[in-house]
Design a protein. Sequence first.
Length: 345
Amino acid sequence: MTAPTAPTGPAPAAAGPHAGRPRLVRWLLRLHRPALYTWTVLVVVLAAGLVWLWGPLADAAASAWRQYDACGMSPRCSYDQDAILRYKDVYSYTTLALNALPLLVGAWAGGSLFGRELESGTARLAWAQGVTPTRWLATRLALPAALVTVGTGLLVLLHNRAWSAARGRVDTAKDWTDTWTLHANGPTTVALALAALAAGALAALLWRRTLPALATGLCVAAGLRGLAGLALPHMWPAVTRVTTLEQGYDGGGLQLGHGLVTATGAHIPDPGCGSPDPAVCAGTYAKLHATGFYTESQPFSHYWPLQLTTSALVLVLACLLAGAAFTVLRRTTRPAATAREEATA
């Protein structure tokens, strides 16, 4: 008998510590393929709407407003009202949708990305096949975070361009201080989406059930959005403008506070004068020794400092939420790991 010959093909590569990582990523993409397709379609549809808003709709609305302004007081006037209304509708829908993205990310992360796998036992199956819980969580945070950052960042950029294209040309265009426009135009929406992703992961690890984790991720994302809205106006030193009693209050920028300026230069609250008679109001202000009004506000020149500092604050919260998720995961999986080690000893 002849001895069997050794195989001539290449020897299999040794399984290193990262050998299973590509397979884990492919498994993650296959498992959440419907969510990936939905996210892609959502980004493409919103991007198409914003590009339409940026170009043809803004130009048509601006032309219609020029026609309207040229009419003057003429009772017989012809202008393209449909173009104005179409621009307003598309702007409102895309802006609200962009503001809602972090809420959708938080609900999806809590309910589908993490909650469903923990409730069904798919996560434990992955851990039993040699994927450590820490690596399992890191992969499920890193890959969606990259997709969310790219998709949301693209939409925010397009929204900012679409808003800028109508600024000063469309009379009904939203001011930069509008709460929905303010966040849709800047990186705070991207930061909120990443924080919502981490919040959904933490909620799923705490509940280990799909529906409660979905609801918690949605509520925490909404809470983070509210917190960012409250914090943003105060994230940069405000500008104080003083005007005379005849000029009235300065109404520009993002308003933070206002009141009266006395003869000594002190700032006091404005008691308000509801009388239509200027003499009555003048008497009220004279009793307070008021010489003018003061207004604390954030001008448009502070837009990017406000956006960047608020985004940094939200990203810090996102890191804290992600760190808490890893801590909860280690504490909940440590007893099982200890039991396996004792069984194999």
